[in-house]
Design a protein around this ligand. Structure first.
Ligand code: ADP
Ligand code: ADP
Length: 228
């Protein structure tokens, strides 16, 4: 589902963010990407969703070869995944229902499909009672669950979450990951970036640690980089 071969990323100012990353993530896996601030986690995610392109190497996600992908095809590629952001990125003037419905509308879904699907997804994340609230009327954890509902509404094969628990308290972080676990059990592949290693440890899932732009361990097994 996700494959990186010899992937390196150096930003225009010369900062080396990732060095020779080799990695395969199978369909149905739940993977935590951990590492300190500045390790290269966000760069890794940006490459996966093709917000950035590598200087070297090959990335394949959901059957799309990202290096040869034309810019005009990026929106089609993005529709194969759901993305959850640390800062939620909800539309302030839209209700919870409309924030989630909007993600369906842009894919050309009909009103009938939206009326059926949005309440179902809101119930999955426990927000049925909040459908008509505005984001500012919700707690941080609730706003993040709206973000999750929006990411799930188009039934993606892959869910990518960038520090989804970064702006909420530990108890709610736990609930968000429980929800992700449930979604994963239904077959969605999940890739979650966090600097909170304890969360990843607690949930006992595949955990890949990035340090100074290299993968240093994969579920506890240290990874040596032959080319270094
Ligand atoms: P993390 O998400 O683990 O905190 P990042 O991927 O954001 O790490 O950053 C990895 C390295 O790349 C850091 O040294 C950071 O300063 C640098 N970096 C990130 N984004 C940019 C950018 N747009 N331009 C230049 N350097 C960047
Ligand atoms: P937290 O403890 O997570 O910060 P809040 O105290 O912000 O949560 O919210 C507690 C509950 O009150 C939540 O269910 C939230 O939806 C509701 N709530 C908070 N602010 C408003 C508001 N301005 N209007 C309506 N409901 C609100």
């Amino acid at each position: 589902m996700i494959e990186l071969k010899g992937v390196s990323k150096t930003y225009d100012n010369g900062t080396v963010a990732l060095k020779d990353i080799n990695l395969t993530i199978q369909k149905g896996e739940f993977v935590f990407i951990v590492g300190a601030s500045g390790a290269g986690k966000s760069t890794f995610l940006k490459l996966i969703i093709r917000e950035e392109v590598p200087n070297a190497g090959e990335i394949t996600v959901n059957g799309f070869k990202l290096s040869s992908m034309k810019k005009k095809n990026v929106p089609y590629f993005r529709r194969t995944m759901g993305i959850v952001f640390q800062d939620f990125r909800l539309i302030p003037k839209m209700t919870v229902f409309d924030n989630v419905a909007f993600a369906m509308r842009v894919t050309g879904a009909t009103t009938r499909q939206i009326r059926k699907r949005v309440p179902y997804v809101l119930s999955q994340v426990g927000l049925t009672d909040k459908a008509h609230c505005l984001p500012k009327e919700l707690s941080g954890g609730e706003q993040q669950r709206v973000g999750l509902a929006r990411a799930l509404v188009n039934n993606p094969d892959l869910l990518v979450a960038d520090e989804p628990t970064g702006n909420i308290d530990p108890q709610l972080s736990f609930e968000i990951i429980e929800l992700l676990n449930e979604i994963n059990r239904k077959g969605t592949t999940i890739l979650m970036v966090t600097h909170e290693r304890e969360l990843a440890n607690w949930f006992d899932r595949r955990t890949i640690e990035i340090r100074d732009g290299s993968i240093v361990s994969d579920s506890g097994r240290s990874v040596s980089n032959e080319s270094q």
